[in-house]
Design a protein around this ligand. Structure first.
Ligand SMILES: [Zn+2]
Length: 264
């Protein structure tokens, strides 16, 4: 028998049948796997290697939501103790929780509860070299094949983007910010497809401008120099309502257009 003839999924199927009380001969008949191999698997003597992570052949909204967040607030990095890291650090607990839950499904890993950092932020991390390799070798153009699978996949992608980089103040407008012009243009294209009219994109911060750094507890605000132009899209009035109805934020605070302090 050649190494790698059977997949990890075969192994899992066999173990499941074994736990139901079927004999190795019955399982063999059902699966076409020799009884001796089955015996080795169920006694823990051997098992096929776990397959490397691969992107799904048929994308779904869970996957495209993750892609949206990955192009937004989440980071995919290498280095340090845990070498290949997918991380989300954000203010809203439900955002980090939802991302963690979806990502655990995508990666087929155990769900990890978000942790709280001292800056009143929530954080969740997963580790996968295969995912890291795939993501780092995939351009926005490649991702479009997944995003454009169907309407629901497009919506989920936009929701992931807006959960990350969008803001909403009720009765005013919804804004989306990004320094990546290609991503901004793609976001505009998708919004147009849903019949959502917007203003922009326009530059709100120019590269070289002095901007206030995100304020940390107990420290005075500091100023930093913007490295890139910041582009903004603005959705107002009935188009904002259309956005909330048809795409929406998965973060309740943002969906309702409330300020952070109302949710503390
Ligand atoms: Zn789809």
């Amino acid at each position: 028998m050649g190494y790698g003839k059977y997949s990890y999924e075969d192994y899992e199927k066999v173990v499941k049948l074994w736990r139901r009380g079927l004999s190795k001969y019955t399982i063999s008949k059902l699966t076409g796997i020799p009884p001796s191999t089955i015996y080795n698997w169920v006694t823990g003597r051997s098992k096929p290697p776990k397959s490397r992570w691969r992107p799904p052949e048929k994308p779904d909204p869970t996957f495209t939501y993750i892609l949206g967040v990955l192009l937004g607030d989440a980071t995919v990095t290498t280095g340090g103790k845990y070498k290949y890291k997918i991380k989300l650090k954000a203010w809203d607990r439900e955002f980090v929780e939802g991302f963690g839950r979806y990502l655990s499904t995508i990666l087929n890993k155990k769900y990890r509860k978000p942790m709280r950092t001292e800056e009143t932020l929530y954080i969740v991390e997963y580790y996968s070299k295969a995912f890291y390799d795939w993501f780092k070798n995939t351009s926005l153009n490649d991702l479009k094949d997944y995003v454009e699978h169907c309407r629901e996949c497009k919506k989920a992608f936009l929701r992931g983007l807006f959960d990350s980089e969008g803001s909403h103040s009720a009765n005013k407008a919804i804004y989306f910010y990004n320094t990546d012009r290609e991503l901004i243009d793609y976001t505009c294209k998708l919004l147009s497809e849903f019949g959502i009219i917007f203003k922009g994109p326009y530059i709100t911060i120019k590269a070289g401008d002095k901007i206030r750094a995100p304020k940390k507890k107990w420290t005075k605000s500091e100023y930093i120099t913007a490295k890139k132009d910041l582009w903004t899209i603005q959705i107002s009035g009935r188009y904002a309502r259309k956005f909330l109805r048809e795409i929406g934020f998965s973060i309740r605070r943002k969906q309702l257009g409330l300020k952070k302090k109302f949710f503390e």
